[in-house]
Each structure stands twice: as structure tokens, then as C-alpha cells.
Ligand binder design. Structure first.
Ligand SMILES: NC(=O)c1ccc[n+]([C@@H]2O[C@H](COP(=O)([O-])OP(=O)(O)OC[C@H]3O[C@@H](n4cnc5c(N)ncnc54)[C@H](OP(=O)(O)O)[C@@H]3O)[C@@H](O)[C@H]2O)c1
Length: 266
């Protein structure tokens, strides 16, 4: 597979590394672009193909990944439309808030588009990626599912849920990272060195996630197994709830989803 990633920023870089790590593509078959040419030097020295000309980069690709910011999307689409071959080239957009109809207005009715909402855990083959297809074939969707499957797990959702997916999945990684940091700060106050505290908190978070994913149980079922009557876990947990733990998560996720839906329009 020859892939072009337009926008070698946070997610473009994570995607490139994920594709290589998972064996889906060789470094030399991945072309990364951005406007700041010298910022691409480090990618070139790692063996990736690089370009600051999006049109030239799109020409040889089987799949074109759009990894630019919402406010940069229109200019990029107008730039590549004359070289993009809708019959041959699949477009995968990770751009927040841009509906497939917005892309189609620029790329034409035949464009095969898949929207993907991954997170930066692509790098370590642990992303949750939500996918929605528009005008793409079943084969395209299977291919992209398989591709993101090599970098974690993917599910297909209705496109109308893409802003919700952005909040829960793409922004979500930051929410869980912050919760790990918060736990580790508590750990330092009760006696651990910072590095040990982060290690213990992160591994504990991974264990909690694995219990849910592997057992298919509800979080409360697993919590019931940890909370003995009059015990220390329920005391800590209830104190966190009195301070608004669940409420803070719910409010934060709702706000992120609202803003995600407005980013391209603004
Ligand atoms: N970060 C995440 O975790 C995440 C997760 C899911 C989805 N997303 C979405 O992915 C997109 C990218 O996010 P990000 O965090 O990776 O942003 P970012 O770090 O700002 O990356 C955007 C990249 O696009 C490049 N760029 C801008 N205009 C360009 C152009 N005309 N041609 C080629 N490259 C261009 C920028 O480099 P130059 O300025 O040098 O051109 C920059 O490297 C956004 O739409 C975001 O909502 C992000």
C-alpha cells in the first residue's frame, strides 16, 4: 500500500508510525506532507518519503489520509482535487467536525470517503478508532477497518456520531491521561516517588481497562469486587464522587462533543 498523509502533525505522525509498527506499510511507501519543509527533515532521516507539495504527494497514493486541522481543510481539498482520482484513490479523513458532505462539495460526487476518529495510541497499536463510510465500497471499509485494526481496535458508527466519537475516543485519551496523572499525584502525597507513582497508576489503569475488555463486565460489577464493607476503597471512591468525579467526566465529554461539532464550521 502506498499512503500519503497530508498534515504530518500529532495525529499524522502517530498514524505514520502506527502503519509502520503494524507492518501495514513500509516507511518508504508513506509520504508525509506539511507546509514547513524543514520540519519534515526528521521524517526523511527516518526513511519516510516527504513532500511539501500536496499535489505531487497525492499522485502516487492508493490511500490519502487528511490529517490537517479543520480550518486548513478547504484549502487542501481545493489544492488536491485536480489530481485526485476518485475511482482509484480512497480518501480517509480524520479532520474533526468536517462531514463527508463538506468534503464531497470540494472533491465531487464520486469521491470514496471514510471518516476515521482514532487517538494517539495508534503509535502503540492501542488506538480506539471509530469509522464512518460515505460513498466508499464495502471493500474500502473492510480495508480501512483492517488497517486501523492493526493499530488497535476499530468500530463502524453512524456518521452523525462522529463528534461524539471525537470527544469519547480522540479527546478521551487526554481525559484518561489526566486521571492517571491525578492518581499519581495522590500517590506521591502518600509516599511514592513520582516515577513509581506514575508507573503504578498507569499499570493499574491498564488493568482496569483489561478487566472490562476481557471479561465483558460492567465497571460497577468489577468495582463491587474491590469494595468491602466499611473498607478503604469505598471510602476513597465515595469521597471522589462527593467531589464530582463522574459529573466532571460527563460534563467534560459533553462540552468536547459540542465543540468538536463546531470546529469546521467556525
Ligand atoms: N491529535 C489528536 O489526538 C487527534 C485525534 C483524532 C483526530 N484529530 C484531528 O486530526 C487533525 C490534525 O490534528 P493534529 O493534532 O495532528 O494537528 P497538528 O499537530 O496541528 O497537525 C496539523 C499538521 O498539518 C500541517 N498542515 C497545515 N496545513 C497544511 C497544508 N496546506 N498542507 C500540508 N500540511 C499542512 C501542519 O504543518 P505546517 O503548519 O508545517 O503545514 C501540521 O503539521 C485535526 O483535524 C484533529 O481534529 C486529532
Amino acid at each position: 500500500m502506498k499512503a500519503t498523509i497530508i498534515g504530518a502533525g500529532n495525529i499524522g505522525k502517530a498514524l505514520a508510525e502506527g502503519l509502520v509498527e503494524s507492518g501495514a506499510a513500509e516507511r518508504s511507501d508513506i509520504t508525509l506532507t506539511r507546509r514547513t519543509a524543514n520540519a519534515l527533515d526528521s521524517f526523511a532521516s527516518e526513511g519516510f518519503a516527504v513532500a511539501s507539495d500536496n499535489r505531487a504527494a497525492v499522485a502516487g497514493a492508493d490511500v490519502v489520509f487528511l490529517c490537517i486541522l479543520p480550518q486548513q481543510l478547504d484549502a487542501v481539498l481545493d489544492e488536491i482535487v485536480s489530481v485526485l482520482e476518485p475511482q482509484r484513490q480512497l480518501v480517509v479523513s480524520v479532520v474533526t467536525g468536517a462531514h463527508s458532505n463538506d468534503l464531497r462539495k470540494h472533491l465531487g460526487p464520486e469521491a470514496r470517503i471514510i471518516r476515521a476518529m482514532p487517538n494517539t495510541a495508534l503509535r502503540v497499536k492501542s488506538s480506539m478508532t471509530c469509522l464512518a463510510a460515505s460513498g466508499a465500497t464495502d471493500k474500502d471499509l473492510q480495508f480501512v477497518q483492517q488497517l486501523f485494526g492493526t493499530m488497535g481496535t476499530s468500530i463502524v458508527i453512524k456518521e452523525e456520531l462522529m463528534s461524539a466519537a471525537t470527544a469519547l475516543c480522540a479527546c478521551g485519551i487526554a481525559f484518561f491521561l489526566r486521571s492517571i496523572r491525578a492518581a499519581s499525584q495522590g500517590g506521591v502525597e502518600i509516599g511514592f516517588h513520582a516515577q513509581d507513582a506514575i508507573h503504578i497508576a498507569a499499570q493499574t489503569a491498564m488493568g482496569a481497562a483489561q478487566l472490562i475488555l476481557q471479561n465483558g463486565t460492567h465497571p460497577e460489577e468489577e468495582i463491587d469486587k474491590v469494595t468491602s464493607p466499611k473498607g478503604c476503597t469505598i471510602a476513597g471512591l465515595n469521597e471522589m464522587e462527593h467531589q464530582g468525579l463522574s459529573s466532571a467526566f460527563i460534563k467534560g465529554i459533553k462540552l468536547s462533543a459540542t465543540i468538536a461539532g463546531q470546529l469546521y464550521q467556525k
